[in-house]
Design a protein around this ligand. Structure first.
Ligand SMILES: [Zn+2]
Length: 166
């Protein structure tokens, strides 16, 4: 059975309580490099902990609050301009996610959502309770009671023979 590493790059809340960075959990295995949530501080924590952006092939989002997905515009901008990504990037999360991500990109960096990236961005909006195979990962989203302007999810992720739930 393959080994995986789980690194908590951020485990704080939206308010910076205790000086902790916002939610971002890095799953590293031979099969994938995956972020579970990508809070607004994710790029900072990735660089603090030496996680290379091109090693991330997928970002899974639980819900559409900024402390869980607000780092995506920065991730995409860095991938385009600094780390010069060429591999596709999969972003999976609740229905409405693509629209919210593009809106967040426009708010932070006007025009950025209309730029043609040098890499493909694949948005997968997950239906609830349907196991979905995405690359090397099986993911199942379960509805959670948490108002975020879109469905909020708990995610069950199966990767390299292990199961992780957030
Ligand atoms: Zn929330």
């Amino acid at each position: 059975m393959n080994k995986i590493k789980v690194k908590f790059l951020g485990s704080g809340d939206a308010f910076g309580s205790g000086g902790r960075l916002q939610t971002c959990i890095y799953i590293e295995s031979d099969d994938t490099g995956l972020l579970l949530d990508c809070g607004a501080s994710a790029l900072i924590s990735m660089k603090q902990f030496g996680v290379r952006l091109p090693d991330i092939d997928s970002i899974f989002i639980t819900h559409l609050h900024g402390d869980h997905f607000g780092g995506i515009p920065f991730f995409i901008l860095d991938s385009q301009l600094i780390s010069r990504r060429t591999d596709p990037l999969l972003i999976a999360g609740p229905p409405g996610m693509k629209k919210r991500v593009l809106e967040a990109m426009e708010v932070h960096f006007p025009g950025s959502s209309r730029v043609k990236q040098k890499f493909e961005i694949i948005f997968e909006e997950l239906p609830p309770t349907v196991p979905t195979r995405l690359g090397a990962v099986n993911v199942t989203a379960y509805s959670a009671v948490h108002g975020s302007g879109a469905p909020s999810y708990a995610l069950r992720v199966e990767v390299s023979g292990k199961t992780i739930v957030l």
